[in-house]
Design a binder for this molecule. Sequence first.
Ligand SMILES: [Zn+2]
Length: 133
Amino acid sequence: MANNRYNKKDLERFRKEIQNRVDKLNGTMDGIRDDLNINSKGNASLAQDSVYSVHMADAGTDSYEREKGFHLMNRETDYINFLNLALQRIESGDFGVCAVCGEKIPEERMMEVPNATKCVSCKEGEKLNLPKS
Ligand SMILES: [Zn+2]
């Protein structure tokens, strides 16, 4: 067998680490939601519209804080989605394998960027976009 895949034990370790981060982020999100007084169904825009226009029309600082909170929440949601993708890749067995050259992506990189699908050299090559001579 080619040694370009992580074994089950390694994958389990990754899975735990990623799940940890997801849990932590979900905790952060709950905190932001509390700050913003959004119900847990995540109906943010609705809450924003109704509360905002009626009660916060001239509360400039509050609306700025809210705005910031929503941006933060969007960013965190994106990151959670990325992490969930990484978890799916662990399930499907694609995790840690470069989609371009098929080599194993080093563990340090996978811990840093769990949703990485390319090894560093393939990614760098892409960025440089060198014309083939
Ligand atoms: Zn590669």
